[in-house]
Design a protein around this ligand. Sequence first.
Ligand code: PHE
Length: 331
Amino acid sequence: LKAEALEELQGVTDAKHLDELRVKYQGKKGKLTEILRGMGGLSAEERPIIGQLANEVRDAIDAAVTAHAERFEREETERRLASETIDVTLPGRKLPRGAVHPLTRVIEEIEQIFIGMGYQIAEGPEVETDYHNFEALNLPKDHPARDMQDSFYITEELLLRTHTSPVQVRTMQRMAGEVPVKVICPGKVYRRDDDDATHSFQFHQIEGLVIGKNIRMSDLKGTLLTFIQKLFGEEAQIRMRPSFFPFTEPSAEVDVMYKKKGATEPSWLEILGCGMVHPRVLEMSGYDPEQYSGFAFGMGAERIAMLKYGIDDIRHFYNNDERFLEQFARQ
Ligand code: PHE
């Protein structure tokens, strides 16, 4: 029996087969069990001899079963290790990664420059009252300059703001005659325009306002020159041309001498409007023009970003084409 069992166990192929063999010999109805059970019918002389033999056979089968079981377990572990091996030398997969939108970047950069000069950031509603958007900026209802900014009216008194100047009005009201006022107002503005390469019915402005004692045009020019050189580089130059805005007097337009991306020569490019705050504007929002003066300026964020990054179509900012946006991922 021992020889038979051990030979059969030699040929065992897997864990299931091994278990079948174990049952065949040692199970309740197994061959060895049968012998052990039959011991009662043996004589007193035979019993110890057969008992010893039977024990030997049992130990031998046990040992063989255990040895095979261990072998199967070891083989199984090796198989698993082999199939689950991680190749640490494989290059990783690239995860898709977003980028800060070029407009957001320019706006944040401009904010940082002015924060560095002691300005605070002020924000206001995009749905404005006619009073804040026009009236308080010296544009009464019948003023022809209202046509300069074709507006989206919601009711007779409410409209989508056409510039961020109303935030400056709200700032003056909030400051209630206190100085200094030093804010920049970034945000979305809306004008009735047909969209093309340089126009968009919605765009972004960044405007600034400073009010204090003895604020002069030279302060305005110095501030803008510092700002432009921080934004476009130390060699950038500016020039001011006389212009007109109802809320500033005198008013000017500012050009920057700048070599556009792709251009061979630098040229004068218009980049912002500015002026000394009109005395009536100061007065309407609670500042005595005899005591205080101030300057204001405003620029389009898209225009600045287009110059700075050499972008030729304003619609790129809004089409959400990943091929465009990706270029700003890691600069
Ligand atoms: N609010 C003006 C505009 O939208 C810009 C501006 C702001 C001009 C402040 C002068 C002073 O065009």
